[in-house]
Design a protein around this ligand. Structure first.
Ligand SMILES: *Cc1c(COP(=O)(O)O)cnc(C)c1O
Length: 409
């Protein structure tokens, strides 16, 4: 699957039509997928049911950071499938302690609380900050405040959409969970104005992914850190999409030399095979939980831990992060060279880019790209997001960039 077959005819073919009709008739319409039905994938490439190949420039929103079916991740999963897959947290198992220890080491932290999806990890961080606020900081019962930012994306639970500023994500799902304050992103003065002694945590994406790969001004994360220190609040970095190599470092916070109190991780942690998420922090902070106060049947399961350990091993050498930084520089320089009448702005870091178009909508851009054999996803309005697997070759990346220039000219 290494050589592109040229222009793909996205959406054509009788198998595609039959499968898409089934999806439309029998799945809830909470997504609007591109007209491509994927049958298999390897590395940075996927193939549809008609045999057309596409370069995957989305990588499942960074959940497939190491490419489709990375041999080491598949081998780790297969080894574990032959041993034991689920015991629940009622019992310990031989992958659990090592997974937590290795993830804590990768993050330079002490303790890990594993969950499954990103939203669950965010919920876990919210519960951690509240418990910590009452138990350690001494906030009066039920008065804890958590600050989030305009344009945030932290998941889809009722509590998390309560502080979303995206009407599509939020409207019609009330009543909303109280206890959140929302301030403009990238504006330290606005955050300072919202801080007080009841604030137990600040929930921040180091780069806002769903909002369109929005990079805050230089120094901003350091200012968030300082304000958290000054008011005794926990800095909670949601690195579910930005972390684990995506931006050219293990964590996006590293670009600003900032260490948060809590890392929230997910997506790539499960190697694109199983959902694995985690809250990673100090013993003083995660130590607030006692048995029975939080949990998950599948959180920390043997299969997830075995795959997660291999993900951590892939990141431990720094090679993936280096690839992302080096190829990312190439990606950004080529995107920035696209004609001004076509592209209004390019944002991002490492192998992660938000490309804002002048003349066409993001959806139309992605449909055109699919017809040229490149899969990407629009975010809001006129922006598309590019986040290829970190294992992509420079030649494939150049091929995708040539197709982008061709499709959008
Ligand atoms: C995807 C994402 C989430 C939610 O993760 P799910 O696994 O979809 O629940 C939370 N925060 C950020 C920054 C994300 O990108």
């Amino acid at each position: 699957m290494n050589t592109p077959t040229g222009e793909a005819a996205a959406g054509s073919g009788t198998r595609t039509a039959a499968l898409r009709a089934m999806t439309t008739a029998h799945s809830a319409h909470n997504y609007h997928p591109l007209p491509v039905v994927i049958a298999d994938g390897e590395g940075a490439w996927v193939r549809d049911v008609e045999g057309h190949r596409y370069l995957d420039m989305l990588a499942a929103y960074s959940a497939v950071n190491f490419g489709h079916r990375h041999p080491r991740l598949i081998a780790a999963a297969q080894r574990q499938l032959d041993r034991v897959t689920l015991v629940s947290r009622a019992f310990d198992h031989d992958q659990f302690g090592p997974f937590c220890a290795e993830l804590a080491t990768l993050a330079g932290m002490e303790m890990v609380l594993p969950m499954n999806t990103g939203a669950e990890a965010v919920e876990t961080a919210i519960k951690t900050a509240r418990k910590w606020g009452y138990q350690v900081k001494g906030v009066p019962a039920d008065e804890a405040v958590i600050i989030a930012f305009e344009g945030n994306f932290h998941g889809r639970t009722t509590t998390i959409v309560s502080f979303s500023t995206d009407p599509l994500a939020r409207e019609g799902f009330g009543p909303y969970t109280p206890g959140f304050r929302v301030v403009p992103y990238g504006d330290a003065a606005a955050l300072a104005g919202a801080m007080d002694e009841k604030v137990v945590g600040v929930l921040v994406e180091p780069i806002q992914g769903e909002a369109g790969v929005i990079v805050p001004p230089p120094g901003y994360l350091g200012q968030v850190r300082e304000l958290c220190d000054r008011y005794g609040a926990l800095m909670m970095a949601d690195e579910i999409q930005s972390g684990l190599g995506r931006t050219g470092t293990t964590f996006a916070c590293e670009h600003e030399n900032v260490v948060p109190d809590i890392y929230i991780l997910g997506k790539a942690l499960g190697g694109g095979i199983v959902p694995v998420s985690a809250v990673v922090s100090s013993a003083a902070i995660l130590g607030v939980f006692q048995p029975g106060q939080h949990g998950s049947t599948f959180g920390g399961n043997p299969l997830g831990c075995a795959v997660g350990r291999e993900v951590i091993a892939l990141l431990a050498t720094g090679e993936m992060q280096e690839r992302s930084a080096k190829l990312g520089t190439h990606l950004h320089s080529r995107l920035s060279a696209l004609p001004r009448q076509m592209v209004a702005q390019v944002r991002g870091r490492g192998l992660w880019a938000g490309v804002e178009f002048t003349a066409i909508g993001g959806r139309e851009a992605c449909e055109r790209l699919a017809r040229h054999g490149v899969l990407a996803k629009d975010t809001h309005g006129t922006t598309i997001r590019l986040a290829p697997p970190l294992i992509i070759s420079e030649a494939d990346l150049d091929w995708a960039l040539d197709r982008i220039a061709e499709a959008l000219s």
